[in-house]
Ligand binder design. Structure first.
Ligand SMILES: Cc1cc2nc3c(=O)[nH]c(=O)nc-3n(C[C@H](O)[C@H](O)[C@H](O)COP(=O)(O)O)c2cc1C
Length: 143
C-alpha cells in the first residue's frame, strides 16, 4: 500500500508537532506515513497519491507562508482534483481566516478536504490538540 505523505512548513515547530502527531495516527491505523518538510517534498509523489496532508501556520496577514508553502500549494492545485487532502496548521491571534481560504482554494481545485475543514491548533498543540491530530491521521489513513 502506498505511503501517506504529510508535508508541512513550520517556523517555530508548532505545525511540525501537528504533522508528527498526524503521522503517528496514520501509523496507528496501520499505514506507512512520510512526514516531510516542504523543502524536501516531492510533487511527483503527491501526484500519484490518493490522499495526503498539507500543513502550514497562519503567516503574513492570514495567508500561507509565501516563499515555500504558497508556491508548493499553487503546484498542488494543478493536480488536486479527485484527491482527498487533509489541511492543518497552527495559528496565533487570528480566527482561522487563512485556513478557511485554504480550504476554499482546495475545494475550487476539485479536491475533497478531509472533514470539510482544516485542523487548527492555537500555537503549540496541547495533549488534546495532539490527540485530535492523531485522530486526523487515522481518518486520512482510511481514505
Ligand atoms: C510573520 C508572522 C505572521 C503571522 N501571522 C499570523 C496571522 O495572520 N494570524 C494568526 O493567527 N497567527 C499569525 N502568526 C502566528 C503563527 O501562526 C503562530 O505562532 C503559529 O503557531 C506558528 O506556527 P509554527 O510554529 O508551525 O511556525 C504569525 C506569526 C509570524 C511569525
Amino acid at each position: 500500500m502506498e505511503k501517506i505523505y504529510v508535508v508541512y512548513w513550520s517556523q517555530t515547530g508548532n505545525t511540525q508537532a501537528m504533522a508528527e502527531a498526524i503521522g503517528k495516527g496514520i501509523e496507528a491505523a496501520g499505514r506507512e506515513a512520510e512526514v516531510v518538510d516542504v523543502s524536501g517534498a516531492s510533487l511527483a509523489e503527491l501526484k500519484k497519491a490518493k490522499a495526503f496532508a498539507l500543513g502550514c501556520p497562519a503567516m503574513g496577514v492570514e495567508v500561507l507562508e509565501e516563499s515555500e508553502m504558497e508556491p508548493f500549494v499553487c503546484d498542488v492545485e494543478g493536480f488536486a482534483a479527485g484527491k482527498t487532502i487533509g489541511l492543518f496548521g497552527a495559528y496565533g491571534w487570528g480566527d482561522g481566516q487563512w485556513m478557511r481560504e485554504w480550504v476554499e482554494r482546495m475545494n475550487a481545485a476539485g479536491a475533497s478536504v478531509l472533514n470539510g475543514e482544516g485542523l487548527m491548533c492555537q500555537e503549540m498543540p496541547d495533549a488534546s490538540g495532539l490527540a485530535q491530530c492523531e485522530e486526523f491521521g487515522k481518518q486520512l489513513a482510511q481514505v
